[in-house]
Design a protein around this ligand. Structure first.
Ligand code: SAM
Length: 277
């Protein structure tokens, strides 16, 4: 029957696969996999002989119509990625959209996901959280993105590669200061699993001393901003606004505009704006 299954696979430990995932991978006509070698290894362990097709970020344009056509002919397909849940910082979005547009069922087969795995061993408040995934690789863009999100009250989940983790921590320090808490989860579910939390500056030290090696895969969780940090960020934002508008708007008008844009009290906004008049 024409169904696209989105199947989560392990993020390291091969035992972290569900019975439903195995059953699905064995019964579908095609497994569409990010890396066919990784998929063959997983399928081989479970003696699954389903045909495997490559499906990765560089061939989705070509593959999407092929997979859609196979589904329209009544075939069933399981989409898997190298690790974890497809579409979570991984390919799959375009084929899922295409299936939805063409009224083909898309069925999730849930399982491992690095973000959720890290979240459930985190020791600071994660009642609310925000998934950022990978930051931009260029430092200027990374800092700019961090400046956009650092004052969020929710904890923020980042994915990071081993060759960028130290630069990313330095940038976190630049934008958030030294004392905000973070958790670094390395090699989750694998032999060298390591979960460490502390302040940003402590974490930078761990990497400098190699007590956390720059090896493997990383999830970083940043504690949500405190009320004070949120207020500081809001004041900064308003300062920026006043700086830009002081030459073209009256003091009174700029404060009225700021009241529309910000939750800061009017008298506080008036005072900050005064610095520019
Ligand atoms: N789809 C995957 C998921 O469900 O988590 C994520 C794929 S993304 C391309 C790969 C990134 O996920 C890695 O660079 C790392 O940040 C994170 N990751 C994956 N496996 C991990 C693990 N075992 N330990 C820590 N982080 C991991």
């Amino acid at each position: 029957m024409a169904i696209l299954y989105i199947v989560a696979t392990p993020i390291g430990n091969l035992k972290d696969i569900t019975l439903r995932a195995l059953e699905t991978l064995a019964k579908v006509d095609i497994v569409a996999a990010e890396d066919t070698r990784v998929a063959q290894k997983l399928l081989g362990v479970h003696a699954i002989t389903t045909t495997v097709l490559s499906y990765h970020q560089h061939n989705t344009e070509k593959r999407d119509p092929e997979l859609l056509s196979a589904l329209q002919q009544g075939k069933s397909i399981a989409l898997i990625t190298d690790a974890g849940t497809p579409l979570v910082s991984d390919p799959g979005h375009s084929i899922v959209s295409l299936c939805r547009q063409n009224h083909i069922d898309v069925v999730p087969i849930p399982g491992a996901c690095a973000a959720v795995t890290a979240l459930c061993v985190n020791d600071f408040n994660i009642t609310r959280y925000f998934f950022e995934g990978f930051l931009p690789s260029k430092q200027s863009a990374r800092i700019q993105r961090l400046q956009e999100v650092y004052s969020y009250p929710q904890a923020i989940i980042f994915y990071e590669a081993k060759h960028r983790i130290q630069a990313m921590l330095q940038d976190l320090q630049t934008v958030c200061g030294s004392e905000r808490r973070i958790m670094v989860a390395r090699e989750l579910t694998k032999i060298h699993e390591q979960i460490v939390s502390g302040s940003i500056v402590e974490m930078i030290k761990h990497f400098a001393e190699s007590s956390i090696p720059c090896k493997g895969e990383f999830v970083v969780i940043l504690e949500g901003a405190s009320k004070d940090a949120q207020t500081d960020a809001e004041v900064e934002k308003m300062r920026h606004l006043f700086e830009q508008l002081a030459a073209v708007m009256s003091h009174k008008d700029v404060v009225m505009l700021a009241c529309e844009l910000s939750d800061l009290p009017k008298n506080a906004l008036y005072e900050i704006a005064s610095e520019y008049y």
